[in-house]
Design a binder for this molecule. Structure first.
Ligand SMILES: Nc1ncnc2c1ncn2[C@@H]1O[C@H](COP(=O)(O)OP(=O)(O)O)[C@@H](O)[C@H]1O
Ligand SMILES: CC(=O)N[C@@H](CCC(=O)OP(=O)(O)O)C(=O)O
Length: 295
């Protein structure tokens, strides 16, 4: 069989260009949030799995925190239950909490573990209930007028009170890739449905991660004209929120990205997870392909 020499040289160039990044990021912790909208039908795309396994094999400590909002919505629909959201959070009654735990902790978590295993990695699926890793408390939302705020009860939705990093740290130290479902627990044993962005942001802060990478279904943060915005600093992000450029599902995401960089994570990235090899393209190129936020 003859070798296409110019193609082989091109491959060698790509590999050597990645070298400085591989050296810089060796031993560093990278928290990757894999959103339900970024997943394909089988939950874990082959290119995502290969990117994460490659990161592990070149010495980084990747940790996957996953969502699964659309997947929860589909099962609820099959059960004849409508999804309802308040300020981006799913209203979660007892029955919905069961479905959330089945879909996130069972289906989606294990499909990602399978995908990573097939790509040659050693992945372990856990939820925040394992070893009581994610301590949660009930999230209280307020609405109405600023002068007369109304308290909105959205059921078993949690916010992160604290995260004990011991379990994920010991998995990383022994060569495993932790895959975390965003379910928390309180002292009484009550479980909570937590937005996956919140868990990923807090975990990145607690672990003092090098990067928080949020994979979603848009190219990154876009201007009102649809241009990709990058190299954002906290004051610019605040201005984009204030003038309504950033809204809806991007709001909790950008808040987590900001909180992370404000508490010591080197950089946060919002990237289109539907693009093939988006994680590697963001990590191994100077420009990146999505939105970079630095403290
Ligand atoms: N300025 C913005 N730039 C990009 N997306 C935005 C912006 N403002 C709001 N959005 C919306 O936020 C969505 C991403 O949030 P969401 O759907 O909750 O993602 P995920 O399910 O991945 O957590 C985008 O698809 C888009 O509709
Ligand atoms: C409280 C709350 O809304 N929890 C989310 C948890 C899953 C999630 O965050 O999934 P994505 O990242 O795919 O949106 C939900 O029930 O949909």
């Amino acid at each position: 069989m003859s070798i296409d020499h110019s193609k082989a040289i091109e491959t060698a160039h790509v590999l050597t260009e990645a070298l400085p990044y591989i050296r810089r990021f060796a031993g560093k912790t990278m928290v990757i949030k894999y959103g339900g909208n970024a997943m394909d039908e089988g939950a874990c795309s082959t290119s995502f799995a290969r990117d994460v396994v490659l990161m592990r094999l070149v010495g980084m400590n990747p940790i996957v925190v996953h969502g699964g909002g659309p997947q929860i919505g589909k099962l609820l629909e099959r059960l004849g239950k409508k999804s309802e959201f308040v300020q981006g959070m799913r209203v979660t009654d007892d029955e919905t909490l069961d479905v959330v735990q089945m879909v996130l902790g069972g289906l989606v978590n294990k499909e990602i573990v399978s995908g990573l295993t097939q790509a040659g990695g050693r992945a372990v699926g856990i939820s925040g209930k394992d070893s009581a890793m994610i301590r949660a408390r009930k999230m209280i939302l307020s609405g109405g007028l600023a002068s007369a705020p109304e308290i909105i009860d959205i059921g078993h939705v949690g916010e992160v009170e604290s995260i004990d990093p011991a379990l994920v740290e010991s998995l990383c130290a022994t060569g495993f890739i932790p895959v975390v479902a965003p379910i928390g627990v309180d002292d009484s044993g009550q479980s909570y449905n937590i937005n996956a962005d919140l868990v990923a942001g807090k975990l990145a802060s607690v672990l003092n991660a090098e990067k928080l990478i949020l994979l979603t279904n848009t190219r990154g943060v876009l201007s009102k004209q649809g241009e990709l915005l990058t190299g954002l600093k906290p004051p610019q992000v605040e201005a984009l929120i204030a003038d309504g450029t950033i809204h809806g599902g991007m709001l909790p995401k950008i808040r987590c990205a900001l909180d992370a960089v404000n508490s010591g994570v080197r950089s946060s990235h919002i990237v289109d997870g539907r693009l093939e090899h988006s994680v590697l393209l963001e990590l191994f190129t100077d420009e990146g392909i999505g939105t970079l936020i630095r403290g």
